[in-house]
Design a binder for this molecule. Structure first.
Ligand SMILES: Nc1nc2c(ncn2[C@@H]2O[C@H](COP(=O)(O)OP(=O)(O)OP(=O)(O)O)[C@@H](O)[C@H]2O)c(=O)[nH]1
Ligand SMILES: [Mg+2]
Length: 217
């Protein structure tokens, strides 16, 4: 691996991220970057928010997808404005791609922008996309040691969502261990336990989105 080339690339990315942040800040748009391993429930959480906050057209979505537009189609079904960003051939989304995607939205009519991240977690987690908030999504089917195993996912995160808690009776997930480790390693990070399937925690998730977007959505 060419480390120097990677460093330069990250520096260039950080410049783009600052540009994205300035544009969003000038338009008073709160931007949430949703990070997780594949299949944790990012799209389902976005869908749940769009449905629960129905009638509010001031949410836009950027979908990082690699080989399909399946998640985009799900967001379209919810009636939200959405742009697909191709995570290929990059190994992760970059701030430059987000900056270009912003051209497709009238930012003056957006309060909240949700970005579904994609790609290899080890590469995507450290990358600043110019977001104002980071949300780390985990699911109970992925094991209770994720806080220890994947610290890059939790650094700088503003919210942890533990999803699929309806599956707790069926998987060997130690909730006590998970909570204890999360609180010890990342003491100030709020956590919401969610089941998108049962609707558990969706009110809290939407409440958090309302708070960070600072609007009456
Ligand atoms: N049982 C259960 N299944 C869920 C829950 N949330 C999501 N799922 C299912 O988990 C699968 C993956 O959900 P997605 O929302 O597509 O996950 P994702 O993180 O967007 O996946 P990628 O975009 O592929 O990384 C789907 O079959 C969902 O229906 C939940 O709370 N409980
Ligand atoms: Mg998805």
């Amino acid at each position: 691996m060419d480390t120097r080339a990677d460093d330069v690339r990250m520096e260039v990315n950080d410049d783009w991220a600052q540009r994205v942040r300035r544009r969003l800040s000038a338009a008073h748009v709160a931007c949430v970057n949703l990070l997780s391993g594949p299949g944790s429930g990012k799209t389902t959480l976005i869908e749940a928010a769009l449905r629960s906050l129905q009638g509010i057209p001031r949410i836009a979505v950027i979908e990082g997808e690699r080989h399909t537009a399946l998640d985009v189609a799900r967001i379209v079904t919810c009636g939200a404005r959405v742009i697909r960003v191709d995570a290929e051939p990059e190994r992760h989304l970059e701030a430059k791609q987000v900056d270009h995607a912003l051209e497709h939205f009238d930012l003056s009519s957006v309060d909240l922008l949700m970005v579904e991240n994609a790609g290899n977690l080890a590469y995507s987690a450290p990358v600043d996309l110019g977001e104002s908030y980071r949300v780390t999504v985990l699911s109970v089917s992925q094991g209770h040691e994720q806080t220890e195993k994947y610290p890059e996912l939790f650094r700088n995160t503003d919210l942890v969502i533990l999803n699929k808690i309806d599956l707790l009776p069926h998987v060997d997930f130690d909730l006590v261990h998970f909570n204890e480790t999360l609180n010890r390693l990342y003491p100030n990070v709020p956590t919401i336990q969610v089941s998108c399937r049962a609707g558990t925690g969706i009110r809290e998730w939407c409440g958090w989105l309302r708070t960070i977007s600072g609007t009456a959505i």
